[in-house]
Design a binder for this molecule. Structure first.
Ligand code: FAD
Length: 347
């Protein structure tokens, strides 16, 4: 007796991609998420070309390409002067899709819409609490005392993954950078939102990346500033903005900047961690549940989406009896070295 062939834990970009890809292969899927509702905060704001290709193959691009802004350059400054420009999109990459500057919340929305077309809705407010593996299936206990019997479990439940902990997989790694300030804000300043900007400064790096305002016609800027040594990581939005108002003119050497109306703010530290094993019998982990690293270069969502696509077609073949479970071992063989490289290069 099973309730579903695959149980996907976590409705972030990794879990939603896995669920869409499994549904497209005819596998029955339930997706649970501990949150009561979809997150509206932007988080990742850049999807590289290879990730956009995955969404396209799943039919999940929706209007992301049209609604994303075209700002595919990064201009780096030292002492207020531009010293390098990196361009995406015209570098001869053999890609069918350009990179997307779109907030993670919009990418998730587009994936959820595709998943609904394929007949599956996310079960919100449903937290995985325990797992019991048997040779022919897995019993999952979820919040509220319910149980779900599945043939396979895909743990896409993020950096603090319950799935990973329940299969006893440690998350070895190390902190790599101290505190960063982050805020999505409206900015009055002379720079055009046709690219992203970085400033290398003795006090720390500062970055500014434009995004379309999801609630209006304007532009929101993602500001990220390295601010080491902050003892208090629970700063309020006003406290974060106060610090950014000081940092911006110091590091950019632009004096006339007005920062207002933050839509999201955070203080975070950066860790790099990588699970040794992506699979224990019928339970597999993917995305941030398996690897975390610096957001520099915007590759976390990309790597998770790639994991999910790689895993889903293999799981579907095994479930249909068209391949032996050994095929699932190639998931880790192919994806873990890639995550290792992402950890190294982003650090
Ligand atoms: C500041 C910042 C900027 C970033 N910028 C980029 C970028 O530009 N490009 C990029 O590619 N990446 C970027 N990233 C990384 C990206 O946000 C993550 O890699 C991505 O969210 C990982 O997706 P995921 O689906 O694996 O995990 P998550 O997005 O963390 O989703 C996990 C889901 O699991 C749910 N969950 C957790 N525990 C349970 C449980 N027990 N039961 C049920 N559900 C559970 C959670 O509620 C959540 O919805 C950035 C990250 C940060 C912090």
């Amino acid at each position: 007796m099973t309730d579903t062939e695959a149980l996907v834990v976590g409705a972030g970009p990794t879990g939603l991609t896995a669920a869409c890809a499994l549904r497209l292969q005819g596998v029955s899927v339930r997706v649970i998420d501990a949150n009561e509702a979809p997150s509206r905060s932007s988080r990742a704001n850049f999807m590289h070309a290879r990730g956009a290709e995955v969404l396209d193959r799943l039919g999940a691009l929706g209007d992301l390409a049209e609604s994303a802004i075209s700002a595919l350059t990064i201009t780096v400054h030292v002492a207020g002067e531009p010293v390098s420009v990196v361009r995406f999109g015209d570098v001869g990459l053999r890609t069918s899709r350009p990179a997307l500057l779109a907030p993670q919340s919009r990418v998730e929305e587009s994936l959820r819409e595709r998943l609904a077309d394929l007949g599956t809705e996310v079960e919100w407010g449903t937290r995985l609490e325990a797992l019991h593996q048997e040779p022919d299936g897995v019993d999952a206990s979820v919040s509220g005392g319910s149980r779900i019997r599945a043939q396979w479990v895909v743990g896409a439940d993020g950096a603090h993954s319950t799935t990973r902990k329940l299969i006893g997989e440690p998350f070895p790694g190390t902190p790599v950078a101290d505190t960063w300030l982050l805020a999505d804000v409206h900015l009055d300043w002379p720079l055009e939102p046709n690219g992203s900007y970085g400033w290398l400064h003795a006090d720390g790096v500062l970055g500014a990346l434009p995004m379309r305002d999801p609630d209006g016609p304007g532009i929101i800027w993602r500001l990220m500033a390295y601010e080491p040594g902050l003892a208090d990581t629970q700063l309020t939005t006003d406290e974060i903005l106060e610090r950014l108002r000081r940092i911006l003119p110091e590091r950019t050497r632009i004096s006339d900047i007005h920062v207002h109306d933050a839509t999201w703010s955070s203080v975070f530290r950066i860790h790099r961690r990588l699970a040794n094993t992506y699979r224990r019998e019928r339970v597999l982990i993917a995305g941030d549940a398996a690897h975390i690293h610096s957001p520099m270069g915007g590759q976390g969502m990309l790597t998770g989406v790639g994991d999910a696509e790689n895993l889903a077609w293999k799981l579907a073949l095994v479930q249909r009896g068209l391949a032996t479970p050994d095929l699932l071992d190639t998931y880790q063989e192919e994806r873990r070295p890639l995550a290792e490289s992402v950890l190294r290069t982003t650090t």
